[in-house]
Design a protein around this ligand. Structure first.
Ligand code: CA
Length: 569
């Protein structure tokens, strides 16, 4: 990875804030006449608060005060230009569980209609609790109080609504708030500019069936996030890009995307409670005909504590899992991570083809060391990367039960139209490896391949079997790093290939010349030829003698003894 000087990166990512809240023309307290909000926690105060917002907006701007010591039950509120929603300390905006208390159409439950979407169908149908959008300017949500989401105890009577959501809002501040009880997203901003998010504390329940994300920024520019404490049940903070996201059906959309530009995040504590991500990039939006409209540029993340509580989580991740399960690859440049505390980071990037001109304060760009989603059973290509030829369906995953394991398998297709690839990036330390998968082709010779992250071929092996069978290729990694294992066109000029049940195992070579090698008890080993053909299996409880017999049998069958490999399983 090319290094850039930190000084240059700092200059490039300095965030310029121009949050300007106009002098208050009108400050109102929502319990005063003529608004008369009740604040008893059971009366719907949405209309009263909204009328106060509307009045302050009409008067040219000012402050709408939610007084302390009271709880105001409400549905979704729409903030307007030049309005500060000031939730006083000990003041609470509490989410209503009654959809009739909402201004916009609101749905109960998780499965809300949406086509072509694999998850989060519920998330963007309902308006956020506090919403601003479509050109609103000069907006603040602040005051030291609480926005409390309500969980009914049952999803069928609960409402997923973000605490604060904005779309195409300029010059805003979200600060000094506690976001309590959220089980969807806390703060989601889409295509917003010139914003400050400061001193936000989230307290989210740990619920196995629900997630809650902290601060989500899609296509945002000139944003400063600082001094936030995010206890979430899913991802903590992320920048992402999107193009024609099928979820954006109500209060936002990405049909005309904006690039992410100049985002600075510092002095935050991002602490996901599950196997999730403290920081994530979602580089989706590669379907955009103009990638400069969806790129992520100049993101400066420094002096944060980024650590999931679960060792299966990521401290920093760049993930491909988009709502249609395609693989995103928008350009990402000028990304700088500096002086963060990752507290025992276990996993970093899944794969990193998209970063240029970027620096990271961890030693290596790591990925998994074993295939994630090896059999494509996560309904498609999560964790896999595809490179397609001119046909937009020339690589991916299918589920049509043609003899593979499980319902799903990966494929490359339309090989007459050029190279297509399907691979997964794995972080491998130096050593000998055995890459194995069930494969099938339409007849032409296709290749299993291992490449470096820069594209150099490490090993490959052609296969042309038209029935599913296990094929494999052995390879040696001389230096730790990211390697891409999968299938590619090879010499095929037409047709297709399929892959399922991919595994990579460590191995050692030259077993026949090392008769002294002892296998651990209860180990299982498989003998392979040097070019990856499976020769035989050595069962559990083996010892050197049994292994020797396996080698002898292989030699009797014509395998040169010096070219055998024993692969530990
Ligand atoms: Ca499968």
């Amino acid at each position: 990875m090319r290094k850039v000087s930190l000084g240059a990166a700092l200059a490039a990512t300095t965030v310029c804030l121009t949050v300007v809240i106009t002098a208050s023309a009108l400050d109102v307290t929502v319990t005063d006449a003529p608004y008369n909000a009740v604040g008893n926690g059971t009366t719907n105060d949405r209309a009263a608060i909204q009328s106060a917002i509307d009045a302050v907006n009409s008067a040219g701007g000012g402050k709408v005060i939610i007084p302390g010591g009271k709880t105001f039950l409400t549905g979704d509120l729409t903030l307007k230009s030049n309005v500060t929603l000031f939730i006083s300390p000990t003041g609470v905006l509490k989410q209503s569980l009654n959809t009739s208390d909402y201004a916009h159409e609101t749905h109960y439950g998780k499965a809300i209609s949406g086509s072509g979407i694999n998850w989060d169908t519920w998330m963007d149908r309902n308006y956020p609790m506090v919403y601003a959008g479509n050109g609103a300017k000069n907006i603040k949500v602040t005051g030291g109080g609480t926005i409390r989401t309500a969980w009914s105890g049952n999803i069928s009577t609960s409402i997923c609504a973000m605490s604060v959501g904005m779309w195409r809002t300029d010059s805003f501040e979200i600060s000094d708030l506690t976001l309590d009880g959220q089980f969807s997203y806390n703060i989601n901003i889409h295509q917003c500019r010139y914003g400050l998010i400061r001193n936000i504390k989230t307290i989210n329940p740990v619920m196995s069936e629900w997630n809650s994300d902290g601060i989500s920024m899609e296509g945002c520019q000139y944003i400063h996030v600082t001094a936030c404490t995010l206890l979430t049940n899913d991802d903590g903070i992320y920048c992402w890009s999107s193009y024609q996201d099928p979820r954006g059906l109500t209060w936002w959309n990405s049909n005309t995307p904006m690039p992410t530009l100049n985002v600075e995040v510092d002095h935050c504590r991002s602490n996901p409670q599950g196997a999730y991500k403290a920081w994530t990039f979602f580089p989706w939006g590669d379907e955009s005909p103009d990638l400069s409209a969806t790129e992520i540029r100049n993101v400066y993340v420094h002096d944060n504590y980024l650590a999931p509580t679960n060792s299966g989580g990521w401290s920093v991740c760049s993930q491909s899992l988009d709502p249609t399960y395609n693989r995103g690859h928008v350009p990402m440049t000028g990304i700088v991570f500096a002086n963060n505390n990752y507290n025992g980071m276990r996993r970093e990037f899944q794969d990193s083809p998209q970063f240029t001109n970027s620096t990271f304060d961890f030693t290596d760009v790591r990925s998994e060391s074993q295939f994630a989603n090896p059999g494509f059973e996560m309904s498609g290509t999560p964790y896999w990367t595809w490179v397609r030829n001119s046909d937009s369906a020339s690589a991916g995953a299918k589920n049509n039960a043609v003899g593979q394991t499980g319902g799903w398998y990966g494929y490359i297709d339309k090989l007459d139209l050029g190279d297509a690839r399907l691979f997964e990036g794995l972080y491998l330390t130096s050593g000998n490896y055995h890459f194995s998968a069930r494969t099938q082709t339409s007849g032409d010779s296709v290749r299993m391949s291992v490449r470096s992250a820069s594209g150099n071929s490490i090993a490959s092996r052609g296969f042309a079997n038209t029935a599913w069978q296990t094929n494999s290729v052995n390879f040696t990694v001389s230096s730790a790093g990211l390697y891409r294992l999968g299938i590619e066109r090879g010499s095929a000029t037409s047709g297709w290939a399929r892959i399922d049940d991919a595994t990579v195992a460590t191995g050692f070579t030259g077993i026949a010349s090392r008769p002294d090698l002892m296998m651990p008890r209860r180990a299982t080993a498989v003998l392979y030829s040097i070019d990856g053909r499976k020769i035989g299996k050595v069962s559990r409880h083996v010892h050197a003698g049994q292994m020797g017999r396996g080698v002898a049998a292989a030699v009797r069958n014509g395998e040169p003894p010096g070219k055998l490999q024993m692969i530990m399983r």
